[in-house]
Design a protein around this ligand. Structure first.
Ligand SMILES: NC(=O)c1ccc[n+]([C@@H]2O[C@H](COP(=O)([O-])OP(=O)(O)OC[C@H]3O[C@@H](n4cnc5c(N)ncnc54)[C@H](OP(=O)(O)O)[C@@H]3O)[C@@H](O)[C@H]2O)c1
Length: 248
């Protein structure tokens, strides 16, 4: 997996899965542009990663900001070969009857609509180049229901459907699209959970542990790379076996 000469944009690149994947892509030779809201985190990542790392601050839920950030990415690092559309909100846990419609709309906008906006923006150049790789971050909520989290589950089912639609339409143009499905990956959000509850989560995983962002990044890098040249329209879970297990 050599990304030399390739420019990969990573949304949600200021922390967690996005940042760790960006580090791996840069280590393997990619010029990486990070997009997220927290400029201080983005600058720290750029300093740490060095090379051709660039960043553009944007709220991906704001179409104009997202498009300006993607323009800035091209300006700084040239044509985009790969898009890792990874930024996302977890959404609060609230019973469906009480769920705030505004939170519903916001979650769909950040987790789903923004992915469509980003894909729409990068596609014309990829079609012209007859090459491109898109990777979207889904969730186990892309394939299963989850109580009290209707907006997140709807948005994550949505990104999987969007990935499949784009993959089928773009296959003749040499552009691939896949969806990575994190299980319980130990990023800051999960580390904030009390240790006892973390232990309970780990026990639900057939491997009896959470995954690391580094383990997820390896699969993300593969799916973005030319090594996955005949892989498109797929969802790939990095979950220690959770989705394939039943509780007995
Ligand atoms: N960790 C897991 O176990 C797990 C499980 C299932 C799915 N996921 C998915 O994995 C992705 C990454 O999550 P993570 O676990 O790595 O958590 P994280 O560390 O909280 O990362 C979330 C990233 O998304 C960015 N982001 C959030 N809202 C944004 C917005 N409106 N505009 C721009 N950027 C925004 C954040 O950056 P700023 O705050 O700087 O904007 C941050 O870089 C998400 O899509 C999440 O749904 C994670």
């Amino acid at each position: 997996m050599d990304f030399a000469g390739q420019h990969i944009v990573v949304t949600g690149g200021s922390s967690g899965i996005g940042l760790v994947t960006a580090r791996l892509l840069a280590k393997r030779g990619a010029a990486v542009t990070l997009i997220a809201r927290r400029s201080d985190q983005l600058e720290a990542a750029k300093q740490e990663m060095g090379g051709r790392t660039a960043w553009a601050a944007a709220d991906v839920g704001d179409k104009a900001q997202l498009e300006a950030a993607l323009d800035a990415a091209v300006h700084q690092n040239g044509p985009i070969h790969g898009l890792f559309a990874n930024a996302g909100l977890t959404g609060g846990f609230t019973p469906a009857v009480q769920f705030d419609p505004e939170v519903f709309e916001q979650t769909i906008r950040v987790n789903l609509t923004s992915v469509f906006w980003a894909i729409q923006k990068v596609l014309p150049a990829m079609i012209e180049a007859k090459s491109g790789a898109i990777l979207v971050t889904g969730s186990m909520g892309s394939k299963r229901g989850m109580a009290m989290n209707p907006a997140y589950v709807a948005s994550k089912h949505g990104v999987l459907g969007l990935t499949r639609a784009i993959a089928v339409e773009m296959a003749p143009h040499g552009v691939r699209a896949n969806c990575i499905i994190p299980g319980f990956i130990k990023t800051e959000a999960l580390e904030r959970i009390p240790p006892e509850q973390q232990g309970k989560i780990a026990q639900r995983v057939p491997q009896r542990r959470m995954g690391s962002p580094e383990e997820l990044a390896e699969v993300a890098a593969f799916l973005l790379s030319d090594a996955a040249s005949h892989v498109t329209g797929q969802d790939w879970a990095v979950d220690g076996g959770v989705l394939e297990s039943i509780e007995v």
